[in-house]
Design a protein around this ligand. Structure first.
Ligand code: NAD
Length: 500
């Protein structure tokens, strides 16, 4: 029997008790994994174990796929109308809303993000996303193509079937919503694997999926490790599509697995090293605030973080002074304390990875303008860190650090900054700060990135597509665009009057 996780929150941000089964969610039930092993879930604020959740195995992936296929063939897929799917998604959105504070507290406990942002970004964004796709479920349609009067030709956008979804730990609930929303709206059945580091909200939401009334097997959520369960999903011969969000390194493996198995359709949302460009004529106070939000928000564990801050030479010194002061003023602490602006990194592994990058920057001769150290002795806290005096070949300039570490780089003019900004194999996002409209638009258009922000950063909406150019990904999530990931287009030709 899977264990029950019980936790009493008694913090200024949230007071209340949570209690739920932590089994893998297979065919509408919460069960142990086939090996009856568990995964410890660690609180990054203390480094201590919160609970243990059931660990799925590749055998459980097979069981989940069979359950999903059966549901798809009998009660879901083409057997459920768009209206029915819309009603269920709408119910799920309402249940998420009813449990919003509880989900935010769980996310905060498990991931280390502040309750404030967990509630106002992760949970609010997830509710919005599921509600948005509830709206799409009864609006999936093909087209009629005018070919000849002797023929009727049209397309259908059919659900693909059983889809695999693999998500990371930085926005556990939000990434789940981005994945299941469009997949369910279009009638697919799901086998989803959350990150082994942050499984709690996905498990809690599995209970809400049951409560909303989705037929058993339509959604299966199985916690397990990447190299076992994730690998089994990516290689599975009966999974027709896999959607992956995570690192570029693992994204490559997922694509390779598709090529080596059944050529399943692959969408990838990967990493970034996004430029944040600040021109001389920017509103400096606003640029400083947004630049700090761009790199330090969510402990810097944001795929589209503005981690390369490019500042025009005329304001460079003043910007750096104010930006450094801002970084030093950020209050680190317990993410469930409303006074806290920055929580711990998600895990010891991630903490060590970031500290290694900081070390490599120092060793390569970059200058630490702020931070550069661990904060405290308990948990995985890292001070907001700013480097200057970098060169383009340094690891801290080239690679995604995925922590609260930014590099500030000087530029001369538009051509210079566009060249520097695009000098990366990533292309997820970019931001431009200027009060000159024509410069803003021209620069935004010249940047090779899937998202370009002007006078803001890290802004996302459920109805606006998000995804990467270059090695930041394939395909788009969110918006109408995401529906394309989950439908197979069939052309139907009907002979009305052609005789042979
Ligand atoms: P990760 O690549 O290590 O893991 C992502 C998921 O893949 C996890 O569930 C993991 O268990 C699984 N996995 C690991 N090895 C696997 C394998 N061999 N086969 C199949 N699955 C496997 O990434 P992470 O550390 O969890 O997340 C951080 C990364 O995610 C960063 O690079 C970040 O930029 C990226 N990210 C991108 C977006 C986006 O929308 N572009 C959003 C969030 C995070």
């Amino acid at each position: 029997m899977p264990s029950v996780f019980t936790h009493e929150f008694n913090t200024p941000a949230y007071k209340g008790k949570v209690s739920f089964d932590t089994g893998i969610f297979l065919n509408g039930k919460f069960v142990d994994g086939s090996d009856r092993t568990t995964i410890d879930v660690i609180n990054p604020t203390t480094g201590k174990v919160i609970t243990a959740v059931s660990e799925a195995t590749p055998k459980d992936v097979d069981t989940a796929v069979d359950a999903a296929q059966k549901a798809f063939d009998t009660v879901w897929g083409l057997n459920a109308t768009g209206t029915q799917r819309s009603i269920l998604l709408g119910k799920l959105a309402r249940l998420l809303e009813e449990h919003a504070d509880e989900l935010a507290a769980l996310e905060s406990l498990d991931n280390g993000k502040t309750f404030h942002w967990a509630r106002n970004a992760d949970v609010a964004g997830s509710i919005d996303c599921i509600r948005y796709y509830a709206g799409w479920a009864d609006k999936i349609s093909g087209q009629v193509q005018e070919t000849s009067e002797a023929k009727l030709t049209y397309t259908r956008h059919e659900p693909i079937g059983v889809v695999g979804q693999i998500i990371p730990w930085n926005f556990p609930l939000l990434m789940l919503a981005w994945k299941i929303g469009p997949a369910l709206a279009t009638g697919n059945a799901i086998v989803l694997k959350p990150s082994e580091f942050t499984p709690l909200t996905a498990i809690r939401v599995s209970h809400l999926i049951n409560e909303a009334g989705f037929p058993p097997g339509v959604v299966n959520i199985i916690t397990g490790y990447g190299n076992t369960v994730g690998n089994a999903i990516a290689h599975h011969m009966k999974i027709e599509k896999v959607a992956f969000t995570g690192s570029t390194l693992v994204g490559r493996k997922v694509m390779e697995a598709s090529a080596k198995s059944n050529l399943k359709n692959v969408t990838l949302e990967l990493g970034g090293k996004s430029p944040n460009i600040i021109f001389d004529d920017a509103d400096l106070d606003q640029a400083v605030n947004w630049a700090a939000f761009g790199i330090f928000w969510n402990q810097g564990q944001t795929c589209c973080a503005g981690s390369r801050i490019l500042v025009q030479e005329g304001i460079y010194d003043e910007f750096l002074k104010r930006f450094t002061e801002k970084a030093r003023s950020i209050k680190l602490g317990d993410p469930l304390d409303p006074q806290t602006a920055q929580g711990p990194q998600v895990s010891e592994i991630q903490f060590n990875r970031i500290m290694d990058y900081i070390k490599s920057g120092k060793e390569a001769g970059a200058k630490v303008e702020a931070g550069g150290q661990r904060q405290g002795t308990e948990g995985y806290f890292i001070q907001p860190t700013i480097f200057t005096n970098t060169s383009p070949d340094m690891k801290i300039v080239q690679e995604e650090i995925f922590g609260p570490v930014g590099v500030v780089i000087k530029f001369k003019d538009e051509d210079d900054v566009v060249r520097q900004a695009n000098d990366t194999f990533y292309g997820l996002a970019a931001a431009v700060f200027t009060q000159n409209l024509s410069r803003a638009i021209k620069t935004a258009h010249r940047l090779k990135a899937g998202t370009a922000w002007v006078n803001c950063i890290n802004q996302l909406n459920s109805n606006v597509p998000f995804g990467g150019f270059k090695q930041s990904g394939i395909g788009r999530e969110l918006g109408e665009y995401a529906l394309l990931n989950y439908t197979a287009v069939k052309a139907v030709h009907i002979n009305l009057d052609i005789k042979l």
